[in-house]
Design a binder for this molecule. Sequence first.
Ligand SMILES: CC(C)(COP(=O)(O)OP(=O)(O)OC[C@H]1O[C@@H](n2cnc3c(N)ncnc32)[C@H](O)[C@@H]1OP(=O)(O)O)[C@@H](O)C(=O)NCCC(=O)NCCS
Length: 144
Amino acid sequence: MRISDVASIVKYDTIMLGETLGDETIKSHLENSDLMKYLIMEDKDTKEVIGQISLWIDEDKAQINNFYILKKFQRMHLGKAFLEYVLKYLDSIGVKEITLEVRSTNEPAIKLYESFQFKAVTIRKNYYSNGDNAYLMYVSIGSE
Ligand SMILES: CC(C)(COP(=O)(O)OP(=O)(O)OC[C@H]1O[C@@H](n2cnc3c(N)ncnc32)[C@H](O)[C@@H]1OP(=O)(O)O)[C@@H](O)C(=O)NCCC(=O)NCCS
């Protein structure tokens, strides 16, 4: 993600996730943080944003913080392609273990994560502000 993408990501975070870390925090992560990474999937020709993944990476461990494909691009296997790209990237930099939290009712995302061998390892009760539970999902990648 480029600094020039931050304003649109703040807008899309709000639409897709109902919340955002905000302009200043994301800019500061892009400029100063070695741990936080933001990746955008965009149309090669028009540069239109298709989706976003943000990651926290600490040596051989990573966490997927945010992940979405904009509504009009969903169900075209773009989320699958994006996640596959990100898992290959994480493998290439030596990450071995990946975690994420997902709303236990979010069947599309859970199915997608399970197709990449993520497993729900813990349930976090009342994790979201509306009382929904979260699954902590985990996958181990790469060769031993
Ligand atoms: C989850 C999300 C990223 C999936 O992106 P997508 O590009 O639409 O997904 P894909 O087209 O790549 O689908 C891949 C697989 O995921 C599952 N899936 C995706 N959308 C689904 C849906 N609406 N219902 C059921 N399964 C679904 C299917 O197993 C699908 O494979 P199939 O089409 O061969 O059956 C997208 O729905 C999204 O942005 N949701 C809102 C934000 C969100 O919930 N993010 C995850 C937070 S942890």
